[in-house]
Ligand binder design. Structure first.
Ligand code: ATP
Ligand code: MG
Length: 390
């Protein structure tokens, strides 16, 4: 073993930051890490899951790999899987139960929800447009899609989705200390979009001032704790331009969050790539892929005008080692749809089609919805049943 390699203690220390998204506690204290050691420059970790086929395994895997890989001197991480014995399962459930009681309230986002953070290295590249259009595409496929507008001051999602009512709160239930905010809903095809944004709260000078006094990260935390999101297949988070703290808060509060990076086709993607990669690394959030927006303008006769350059999406994807998920052409209908509250994805046209193709790729390949019924014995249900029974 070479000297610069990490110690077992260091490995355990970073694994303590990996949360089980269902049980809301770290995998070391839950007793799920069977072993962790270094051999021949490779870190071997064996993790025992509540049930071997649980679909949340991929989230734990990615989180472990990104954290351990970030340790100095680590070249390779190999994860091995095991299943907890019935006795161990009982112990883990006991621990999760007492943790659930003593720790701060877990977020209102179900563990099975796919969380996609829509981010970019620079502002104005189309994060909000991509968020609302992907939400419309996913909902039209029958999914329940939450949209969290994390752009606290610069909110644009309410306008883009044509929602302008005020958010209401419902009274506290018997097991709650206070009431919850109810998201505004917009039906879409067979599905539903649920929206929360400061734009739906700020109606007087006073409330605006009150929000201004809050830290951005704190506001995002409130949106996750104090909103009754209910069932969600996907949660899309429209990120504000260039803030690391919101990204960090999101990663901390929702360990299952993954990032979609938006860029323009301009080739000057290098600096952006560094910024995005750094943001993802610091928050340990996996990047699922790059979406290029404002690609070549195509005239009705099929002529292509690459007004903002070409190749930036592919180049950025290659630089950060993720796939290019698609390119959305520059099209006046995109901004018109944003202004009128009717996302372009609802009508035809090249941009609308491109959004639908990316949404299908997300559903079928890169971030398929999680069906907890596949989890032969959902530990989440067990924890809540045990909690109710006590
Ligand atoms: N493919 C497109 N074709 C034409 N216009 C577009 C396209 N994508 C976005 N736009 C327009 O560009 C402007 C910026 O887009 P958007 O607000 O979605 O970017 P953003 O990244 O969310 O910006 P910010 O960083 O300020 O939050 C908007 O007016 C939008 O309508
Ligand atoms: Mg925006």
């Amino acid at each position: 073993m070479s000297e610069e390699l990490v110690s077992d203690d260091q490995i355990f220390a970073v694994l303590r930051e990996v949360m089980d998204p269902e049980l809301h506690d770290n995998i070391v204290d839950l007793g799920m890490v069977r072993s962790a050691y270094v051999q021949d420059q490779t870190v071997h970790i064996t993790i025992a899951l509540t049930t071997a086929g649980c679909p949340l395994r991929a989230t734990i895997k990615r989180d472990c790999e990104s954290r351990v890989n970030a340790l100095p001197g680590v070249n390779n991480v190999e994860l091995h899987w095991d299943e907890l014995t019935p006795q161990e399962r009982t112990r883990v459930m006991d621990r999760a139960r007492s943790h659930a009681r003593s720790s701060a309230t877990p977020t209102q986002i179900p563990a099975r929800t796919r969380v996609l953070s829509v981010a970019s290295g620079k502002g104005g590249v189309g994060k909000s447009s991509v968020t609302v259009n992907l939400a419309a595409c996913l909902a039209s496929q029958g999914f329940i899609v939450g949209v969290l507008d994390a752009d606290i001051w610069g909110f644009s999602v309410p306008r883009m989705l044509g929602v302008d009512s005020r958010l209401n709160a419902r009274p506290a239930g018997s097991d709650e200390k206070r009431g919850k905010i109810v998201p505004l809903e917009r039906p879409e095809g067979d599905g539903l979009i649920k929206l929360v944004s400061t734009g739906l709260m700020v109606d007087t000078e006073e409330t605006a001032l009150m929000w201004r006094g809050l830290m951005l990260a704190k506001a995002v935390e409130q949106f996750l704790h104090d909103v009754d999101w209910g069932e969600l297949d996907y949660l899309l988070v429209d990120m504000p331009p260039g803030t690391g703290d919101v990204q960090m808060a999101l990663a901390r509060l929702l360990p299952q969050a993954e990032m979609l990076v938006i860029t323009t086709p301009a080739l000057s993607a290098q600096k952006v790539a560094v910024r995005v990669a750094d943001m993802a690394r610091r928050s340990h959030m996996p990047v699922l892929g790059v979406i290029e927006n404002m690609s070549a303008f195509v005239t009705p006769d099929g002529k292509s005008w690459p007004l903002f350059g070409e190749g930036g999406g592919q180049r950025l994807a290659a630089e950060i080692g993720v796939p290019l998920l698609g390119s959305i052409p520059l099209e006046p209908a995109v901004s018109k749809g944003g202004d009128t509250g009717q996302p372009v994805a609802q009508s035809g046209g090249p941009a609308g089609e491109a959004f639908h193709e990316i949404a299908s790729l997300i559903v079928n390949e890169i971030s398929p919805p999680i069906n907890m019924a596949e989890c032969s014995a959902s530990s989440m249900t067990e924890v809540s049943v045990t909690l109710e029974g006590n």
